[in-house]
Design a binder for this molecule. Structure first.
Ligand code: ZN
Ligand code: ZN
Length: 577
């Protein structure tokens, strides 16, 4: 009887494993969170073949006695729920307490743990306890999961590739490291170190550990307090961006959450400072009264609802825009760091200088990070044009160094800000066209236009029906670029024809300003005079964001005198002239 019962139990676990243990990352997650629950301050995750051969988690947490060790592998061990925080965890992770038995049913498990100086070793295979023996007295717990899915080969096939398994695990480990900067995490795969944090509780240090020093140097600190929310964290310079959205990390009351509105707001706040298909690196900690949030209830990711969502989103948006809107965002060209084998050939003096420079960079890492982050200037400096390359790049100089300006991108930014301002503050002023424009459209497009006549007229375009499927335009807004009025009007009507169903005026204005700005700006391969260059620079300096075109490309690049000297190896050779 009990045998049958045991079979049922193993079967049930295997079925549950199908739901719960879909990927190696689910196992890593379960084990790491157990270690966190055990109050570990050091958690080491070792993988072989992205976890398919081995997942080993070592911690210095409080450990278990023999009874608890065995309990952990029984289903419904959750009967021990004692307080609200346990319930919170269960609702967020979905399957707490069911995961270990499920994992054990599809793998070989060795658990080495210790409590009150008595060590316990448990061996389990395919859900069956093979042995329970006394082990060494040591602090913490080591759990090894070998041959995950060995008795469910179909499941193993489900694992798409080792690479994507490893990517998922790394992403999870990064997030857990951000939400627990006080824990020292290590992650290795086949003995290669992927992640190591120092666990000293500093968020910027954690960013450095995960993204590297170069990224950490390019993060702005942000902070904001509302009645109901405390927001704090780091946001990347717009030039530091990634091809996917996974690097916008929000931690609410100590837990990483994935919320569509938060991510969208963060990304939108960077609009026109970076390309739309690139995403910033952002780590924001949000502290909020727990009664104002509603945690959802998804087994694999954690979403959350806020009761004062709009207030929070507005604040995040203002905070990010104010931060990047007041910074000097010119990409600086830096000389490549000279490798040892190269600079060994140089004179001793130069060698020393390089070494000192590198030492400063690496020994005083914390210091370097802080200095760079606080290096900010509000305005684009005055500069003087020298000439133009390929009718495209204006060369400028001032006492700080040399600048290259992309003249199309710069003009585009200037026009964009003018059009946006005009569109945002519509006045009743229009100019009559000398010759009214008539255009015939395919009937489906004509219908869309006709539906939007009122809206088009609100843009100061006098539009009317003119025979079958045709329209006539008699006047246009005053600010349309001179000599390009007809082209601009056609562009506006095209945009309206292709308009999305639920467009907002802001989105439309944004799109229109960007499109017109691009169309109406000097093309590359156009040589302009020094006077025209001077006017362009002066107009650019007046822009809210002189550093990017509306598509987020840079308008200007800076070579400091120091970097120029380094590039030409003049630095350290002063006496050579
Ligand atoms: Zn353009
Ligand atoms: Zn552009």
């Amino acid at each position: 009887m009990s045998k049958i019962h045991l079979m049922d139990e193993i079967l049930a676990n295997k079925i549950a494993a199908g739901e719960v243990v879909e990927k190696c990352v689910s196992v890593v997650k379960e084990l790491v969170e157990n270690s966190i629950d055990a109050k570990a301050s050091i958690i080491k995750v070792e993988l072989k073949d992205a976890g398919t051969q081995l997942i080993k988690v070592t911690d210095n947490g409080i450990g278990m006695d023999e009874e608890d060790s065995l309990m952990a592998f029984q289903r419904h061990a959750t009967s021990k729920i004692i307080d609200e925080s346990d319930l919170y965890r269960i609702s967020t992770l979905g399957f707490r307490g069911e995961a270990l038995p499920s994992i054990a049913s599809v793998s070989n498990v060795t658990l080495k743990t210790c409590s009150k100086n008595i060590g316990t070793i448990v061996n389990i295979s395919g859900g069956k306890v093979l042995s329970v023996t006394k082990g060494d007295a040591r602090i913490g717990t080591i759990i090894e999961i070998k041959n995950l899915f060995y008795n469910t080969p179909a499941r193993l096939k489900h694992i798409k590739s080792l690479y994507s398994e490893l990517a998922n695990i790394t992403e999870y480990m990064n997030k857990i490291a951000f939400s627990h900067p006080n824990i020292k995490f290590t992650l290795t795969n086949n003995d290669n170190k992927i992640l190591e944090t120092d666990g000293r509780g500093d968020l910027l240090k954690t960013i450095k550990d995960i993204y590297g020093l170069e990224v950490a140097k390019k993060m702005y600190k942000v902070k904001s307090n509302l009645d109901d929310y405390e927001i704090e964290g780091y946001i990347s310079y717009p030039s530091v961006n990634r091809s996917n959205k996974n690097h916008m990390i929000t931690i609410v009351n100590g837990r990483v959450v994935k919320n569509y509105d938060l991510n969208r707001t963060i990304n939108d706040s960077y609009h026109s400072y970076k390309p739309d298909n690139r995403y910033p690196i952002v780590v924001l900690k949000i502290n909020v009264d727990p009664s104002l949030i509603d945690v959802n209830i998804h087994p694999t990711k954690m979403d959350i609802k806020f009761s004062k969502m709009n207030e929070l989103l507005d604040e995040i948006s203002t905070m990010i825009k104010n931060t990047i809107g007041t910074k000097n965002l010119i990409p600086k060209v830096t000389a490549p760091v000279v490798e040892k084998k190269h600079y060994e050939q140089f004179v001793l003096d130069f060698n020393k200088k390089e070494e000192v420079y590198e030492q400063e960079l690496f020994v005083n890492e914390d210091l370097t990070i802080k200095e760079e982050v606080e290096d900010e200037k509000k305005e684009l400096e005055a500069m003087y044009p020298v000439g133009i390359v390929h009718g495209t790049y204006i060369i400028c100089q001032n006492e700080l160094g040399m600048y290259l300006i992309d003249q199309h991108a710069a003009k585009e930014r200037i026009n964009y800000e003018i059009y946006k301002e005009k569109l945002g503050n519509p006045k009743k002023d229009s100019l009559p066209l000398l010759f009214p424009i008539t255009i015939e459209y395919p009937s489906n497009e004509f219908i869309i236009l006709k539906e939007n006549f009122e809206f088009i007229r609100s843009l100061n375009i006098d539009i009317n029906e003119f025979g079958i499927n045709s329209i006539i335009i008699k006047s246009h807004p005053t600010w349309l670029p001179k000599g390009h009025e007809e082209e601009a009007i056609k562009k506006i009507l095209d945009l309206i024809i292709n308009i999305e169903k639920n467009f907002t005026i802001e989105k439309f204005n944004e799109k229109l300003a960007t499109t017109l700005a691009c169309k109406m700006s000097i093309k590359a391969n156009t040589n302009i005079t020094i006077e025209e260059m001077e006017r362009l620079i002066s107009d650019l300096r007046k822009c809210d964001n002189p550093y990017n075109c509306p598509h987020g490309r840079p308008t200007i690049i800076f070579y400091s005198t120091y970097e120029l000297e380094k590039l030409f190896k003049r630095s350290g050779f002063e006496n050579l002239v």
